[in-house]
Design a protein around this ligand. Structure first.
Ligand SMILES: Nc1ncnc2c1ncn2[C@@H]1O[C@H](COP(=O)(O)OP(=O)(O)OP(=O)(O)O)[C@@H](O)[C@H]1O
Ligand SMILES: [Mg+2]
Length: 280
C-alpha cells in the first residue's frame, strides 16, 4: 500500500539542552497508508500529540526524519505543499474558529489558498453538505454547541481538500452524542470521500472503528495492528494503561461463563451478531 506519511527514527526533545529537557518521541518508525483510518492511542504524555504535530510540520524532527508523500518537513520550501496534504483538527474548536459566521469560517482556508471565488463557494457548500451543517451556515459559531463547533472546525479543514485529516482528541470535550456525531463524520469522510484519517483518542469505542491502531508508550510506538490483533495482546494492553473495548470485556465474561463466543470481538455489533447466532 502507498505510504502517505513515513517516519524514520523520529526523535523529538522539548526544551533541548536545558535541565528540563523532555524526550517526547524516541526513534519512532511508523507509517500512515493512503485511504486508511488509523487511530493513535496511549496514556497521557505518551507522545501522541507530539507525533501528530510532526505530520504537518508544526514541529520539526530533533533526530530522524518524517516524509509526507516523499516531502521532508525539514525542507522549508515543502511546508506549504505538506499543509495542503495534511489538515489538522484539535481538541478545542474555539481555537480554530476565526469568523463570525459559520460559512465564512469554512471559507477561510480556501480563501487563504487563493482559489477563485466560484471554487470557494463550491467547496463551502460541499463541506457544509458533507457534514450535515447546511442549517447552521449563517449562524455565529459562538451560538453553536461544542459538538457543532467541532463539526464546523472539521468542515473548515475539509474545504481545503486535504488528502489526510489528523484529529487530535476531537471529542475530548464533547458529550456522548457530540462524540458519536464527530466519529460518524470521520468515518464518513474516510469511507465516502476517501480521505485518510488519523484519529488520536483515549476512547476505545472510537479505536475499534478504525482499520488499524498504534499504541504509544513513553514516546515510542509499542503496538501496531488491527484492533482485533492488538487487543488480543492483553498483557501489553494493560501495561500501556489502556482499557479493553466494552464488547471485548463482555465477550470475555460470557466465555468464562461457558458461552461459545468467537475470539477477537472488539465491536458491539459483532457481539450482538454472535449472541443472535447462539440464540437461533
Ligand atoms: N510544549 C511542551 N513543552 C514541554 N514538554 C512538553 C510540551 N508538550 C508536551 N510535552 C511533554 O512531552 C511528552 C509527550 O507529550 P504529548 O503531549 O505529545 O503526549 P500525548 O500522548 O498527546 O498526551 P495527552 O493524552 O495528554 O494529550 C510529555 O512528557 C509532555 O509532558
Ligand atoms: Mg495529546
Amino acid at each position: 500500500m502507498h505510504k502517505l506519511i513515513e517516519t524514520n527514527g523520529l526523535t523529538y526533545y522539548y526544551r533541548k539542552g536545558t535541565k528540563d529537557e523532555v524526550k517526547a518521541l524516541d526513534s519512532v518508525n511508523m507509517a500512515v497508508y493512503k485511504g486508511e483510518m488509523l487511530s493513535i492511542t496511549g496514556q497521557n504524555g505518551s507522545g501522541k500529540s507530539t507525533l501528530a504535530r510532526h505530520f504537518n510540520a508544526l514541529l520539526k524532527p530533533g533526530q530522524g526524519s518524517i516524509l509526507i508523500k516523499g516531502l521532508s518537513t525539514a525542507n522549508k520550501d515543502s511546508i506549504p505543499e505538506i499543509r495542503k496534504i495534511i489538515g489538522m483538527v484539535f481538541q478545542n474548536p474555539d481555537n480554530q474558529l476565526v469568523s463570525s459566521i459559520v460559512e465564512e469560517d469554512i471559507a477561510f482556508g480556501p480563501e487563504n489558498l487563493g482559489l477563485p471565488q466560484a471554487e470557494i463557494i463550491d467547496r463551502v457548500d460541499w463541506a457544509l453538505e458533507t457534514l450535515n451543517l447546511e442549517d447552521l451556515r449563517r449562524e455565529p459559531p459562538h451560538n453553536l454547541s461544542e459538538g457543532q463547533k467541532q463539526q464546523v472546525a472539521i468542515a473548515g479543514v475539509l474545504a481545503m481538500k486535504p488528502e489526510c485529516i489528523v484529529l487530535d482528541e476531537p471529542t475530548a470535550h464533547l458529550d456522548p452524542r457530540g462524540r458519536r456525531e464527530v466519529l460518524e463524520s470521520a468515518i464518513r469522510l474516510n469511507r465516502e470521500e476517501g480521505i485518510t484519517i488519523v484519529l488520536l483518542t483515549h476512547f476505545m469505542s472510537e479505536v475499534v472503528h478504525c482499520d488499524r491502531m498504534l499504541v504509544m508508550e513513553g514516546g515510542a510506538v509499542k503496538m501496531d495492528g488491527s484492533p482485533e490483533k492488538v487487543f488480543r495482546q492483553s498483557a501489553e494492553i494493560k501495561s500501556a494503561g489502556l482499557d479493553f473495548p466494552v464488547a471485548s470485556q463482555v465477550a470475555e465474561g460470557l466465555r468464562r461463563e461457558g458461552f461459545k463466543i468467537k475470539p477477537d470481538i472488539v465491536r458491539t455489533e459483532e457481539l450482538i451478531d454472535c449472541l443472535c447466532q447462539l440464540k437461533s
